[in-house]
Design a protein around this ligand. Structure first.
Ligand SMILES: Cc1ncc(COP(=O)(O)O)c(C=O)c1O
Length: 455
C-alpha cells in the first residue's frame, strides 16, 4: 500500500493516553497527537481543504500564488500542498514567531515576510494587513485567510472530529483544544455534538487574548488585549471561524504554566510537543481534575511538534530569562549588587603597604580586598593571610601588598545565580567580582551572602 503523494498521509493521527501528567485525574485523558501529520501540525488538514475549496470555486488557478498570514503551522501545510500541486507561496509572519518556524517554511520553498508583532491587527504593517495587500497586488493569487475562511472549520468537522469519534468508539465525553482561528475547536465540537449533544467542549485561551470574555459576555474587552508569548492560540480580533454556541467553557492559561507543561509532556510522556500543547493540556487537566468522573473520556488536541520551539521553551536560558524555571526565583549577581548599599569598589594597589591595607580593612570592617593595577584585578588580599604573615614577621608591615597577595577573585557574570556563587565562595575564595562594563567592577563577599540568606 502506498500514498500517491504526501497529502494523502495527512490525518488519522493517533490518540495517546496521558499517564504521569494526568495521574491526579480520575477520568481517561487522551491526547490527539497532531504532529504525526507530514507538516508536523494539525494545520495540514485545513491547508488541503482551503486549497481544494479554492480550486473548486475557481479562486486558485494553475501556476497561482498562495499568500497567507500564519503563525507557521498553516504555512507549512500550505507549502506542502503548494509543492505537490505546483503553486508559489508567500507567507507573512509575526516577528514573535520562533526562528525555527521561519527557517522551516523557507526550507520547503516558501517566501517569508516577517512583520512587527506589537502593532494592532488593522495596522498596515501587521501580518494580516501585509498579506491582504500582497493578495491585492499580485495577480492570480489566493489569500486563504485561515481566520475567516470557513473551510478551516469544515476541515476539522470532516476529518478530526470523525477520527476522534471513531477512535474512542463514541465514548468521548469531553473535548479540549486551544483557540486560535477556532477552526479546530468549532469544527471538532460541532461534529462531536451532532453525534452526542452531551459532549462537553473546553476552549483554552491565553492571558492577553479576547476569547474568554467574548464567550462569557459576547463582547470584546480591548483592555484585556496585550502581547503574550505562547504561539498559535489567543487572538486580538474575532475570527469568523469562532462560534461560541458549540463551546461550553473557556479557561485561560499563563505563558509559564504552558511552557512548563509542554516540557513535562516531553519528559514524562515522551510527547515532544509545541508550546500551545502545554496550554491545552494544562487547562484541560485543571478542568478534568475538578470536574470529571472516572468513566469520563477527555480528548485534548495537541496541535504541533516541539522542534519548532527548541530556541524557546526547550531552551533553559530562554526559560530563565522569562523567569519560568523554578531556579528563576534565585537571585542573580546583578540583583545581589542592587540590594547592597551603593559604594565605590574598595581596593588596594600592589605597591600599597601592608600596614595601609590592614588599616583599610579595619576602618571599613571588611575581611578582603581586591588588588588592582590600572583598574584591572591582579591579585587579592584577605585578613587572615595578612595576620599570619605579620605574626611570622612583624617587619612586613612596611612591605608592599604584592609580596603577600593571592590570586585575583574569580569573575562571575551579572546573570550568575546565587547558588553558583555560593559554591564558588570558600575559605580560599572569600569573594567574587562582577564586571558590569560601564559601571566597573562590583564585589560579592561571603558576608554579603550570609546577610542575604539570613535576612
Ligand atoms: C501551534 C498552534 N496551536 C494552536 C492553534 C489553534 O488552532 P485553531 O487555529 O484551529 O484555533 C494554532 C493555530 O494557528 C497553532 O498554530
Amino acid at each position: 500500500m502506498w500514498y500517491n503523494n504526501i497529502l494523502e498521509a495527512v490525518g488519522n493521527t493517533p490518540l495517546v493516553r496521558l499517564n504521569a501528567v494526568a495521574s491526579h485525574v480520575k477520568a481517561t485523558v487522551l491526547a490527539k497527537v497532531e504532529y504525526f501529520n507530514p507538516g508536523n501540525s494539525t494545520k495540514d488538514r485545513i491547508a488541503i481543504k482551503m486549497v481544494a475549496d479554492a480550486e473548486r470555486k475557481g479562486l486558485l488557478k494553475p501556476g497561482g500564488t498562495i499568500i497567507e498570514c500564519t503563525s507557521g503551522n498553516t504555512g507549512m501545510g500550505l507549502a506542502l500542498v503548494a509543492a505537490v500541486r505546483g503553486y508559489r507561496c508567500i507567507f507573512t509572519m509575526s516577528e514573535k514567531m520562533s526562528k525555527e518556524k521561519i527557517d522551516a517554511l523557507r526550507a520547503v520553498g516558501a517566501e517569508v515576510i516577517v512583520c512587527p508583532a506589537k502593532v494592532p491587527a488593522d495596522d498596515p504593517r501587521s501580518y494580516y494587513e501585509t498579506a491582504a495587500r500582497l493578495a491585492r497586488e499580485i495577480p492570480n493569487s489566493f489569500f486563504p485567510f485561515q481566520y475567516h475562511n470557513l473551510s478551516n472549520t469544515q476541515a476539522h468537522y470532516e476529518t478530526t472530529g470523525p477520527e476522534i469519534w471513531r477512535q474512542t468508539e463514541g465514548k468521548v465525553t469531553h473535548f479540549a483544544a486551544g483557540m486560535g482561528t477556532c477552526g479546530t475547536i468549532v469544527g471538532v465540537s460541532r461534529y462531536l455534538k451532532e453525534q452526542n449533544p452531551n459532549v462537553f467542549t473546553l476552549g483554552i485561551d491565553t492571558y492577553g487574548s479576547l476569547f474568554k470574555t467574548l464567550h462569557e459576555t459576547g463582547k470584546v474587552d480591548e483592555s484585556e488585549i496585550y502581547p503574550y508569548l505562547v504561539e498559535g492560540i489567543g487572538e486580538d480580533m474575532v475570527p469568523q471561524n469562532y462560534d461560541g454556541t458549540v463551546i461550553d467553557r473557556v479557561v485561560k492559561v499563563t505563558d509559564k504554566d504552558s511552557a512548563l507543561m509542554a516540557r513535562r509532556l516531553a519528559r514524562l510522556e515522551g510527547l515532544f510537543v509545541g508550546y500551545s500543547c502545554g496550554s491545552a493540556v494544562y487547562g484541560a487537566l485543571q478542568y478534568a481534575a475538578a470536574n470529571l468522573k472516572r468513566d469520563d473520556v477527555m480528548v485534548v488536541l495537541l496541535p504541533d511538534h516541539g522542534t519548532r520551539y527548541l530556541g524557546k521553551i526547550y531552551n533553559d536560558e530562554w526559560m530563565r530569562e522569562q523567569n519560568f524555571l523554578e531556579d528563576g526565583a534565585l537571585l542573580t549577581a546583578e540583583q545581589i549588587i542592587a540590594g547592597k548599599p551603593a559604594r565605590e569598589l574598595l581596593f588596594v594597589e600592589p605597591e600599597t603597604t601592608i600596614a595601609k591595607a590592614v588599616e583599610i580593612l579595619r576602618k571599613n570592617s571588611i575581611s578582603q580586598l581586591p588588588v588592582l593595577r590600572e583598574g584591572q584585578p591582579v591579585g587579592s588580599i584577605n585578613e587572615s593571610r595578612l595576620l599570619n604573615a605579620l605574626i611570622d614577621d612583624p617587619a612586613l608591615k612596611e612591605a608592599s601588598v604584592s609580596t603577600v597577595m593571592d590570586d585575583p577573585f574569580p569573575f562571575v557574570l551579572p546573570t550568575t545565580r546565587i547558588d553558583v556563587i555560593g559554591k564558588m565562595i570558600s575559605a580560599v575564595t572569600p569573594a567574587v567580582l562582577v564586571d558590569k562594563k560601564n559601571e566597573g567592577f562590583h564585589i560579592i563577599t561571603k558576608s554579603d551572602l550570609i546577610q542575604i540568606l539570613s535576612s
